[in-house]
Design a protein around this ligand. Structure first.
Ligand code: HEC
Length: 146
């Protein structure tokens, strides 16, 4: 999919890049911009009403608790990353996580492959499904707005 989207061209990417995430405090690198643009294209395909990604929606998603159907325990993104993305988090097995916001950790949201890998893993862990393009874009919008 990324390959096909790359064909849209730099001009479209630049226009969308400005619109995809408004009020960003962290400027994404070119590779991440392209990734976010591809998420926005997909989100709009799923729902033509989508204009931009929303930091507010991303914050709500980040803190939303959901009960796992098999484990019967509450799970959320903030469960490991904490409700303050500027601080360190911790997994249930005690592994320390560096802050998830790029304002506190410059390595965050610099590598689209890594981001996609962890979306896949953590969305399944919390939601028991993949995150939608809208959820991913809102999540990035929130964390880059801090
Ligand atoms: C069970 C603990 C746990 C939960 C719950 C969790 N994460 Fe994570 N997350 C991790 C670990 C472990 C890493 C990889 C180590 C690291 O980068 O600190 C990570 C890294 C990430 C990254 C990589 C960011 C980057 O650029 O480095 C993203 C994106 C991410 N998580 C999204 C989410 C989302 C979205 C949710 C909620 C749906 C979520 N996580 C819930 C443990 C968790």
């Amino acid at each position: 999919m990324k390959r096909r989207l790359a064909g849209i061209g730099a001009a479209a990417a630049v226009v969308l890049g400005g619109a995809a995430i408004s009020q960003a405090a962290t400027v994404l690198n070119a590779q991440m911009q392209e990734y976010v643009n591809s998420l926005l294209t997909e989100a709009r395909r799923n729902d033509p009403g989508v204009k931009t990604f929303s930091a507010g929606e991303g914050k709500r998603f980040f803190n939303m608790k959901r009960v796992h159907s098999a484990k019967k325990e509450e799970r959320s993104c903030s469960g490991c990353h904490t409700s303050n993305p500027l601080t360190r988090g911790k997994t249930p097995v005690g592994k320390i996580l560096e802050p998830i916001s790029p304002a506190a950790n410059k390595e965050r949201f610099t590598d689209a492959m890594k981001v996609e890998k962890w979306f896949k893993r953590n969305c399944h862990n919390v939601l028991e499904r993949e995150c939608t393009a809208k959820e991913k874009g809102d999540f990035i919008a929130y964390l880059t707005s801090l």
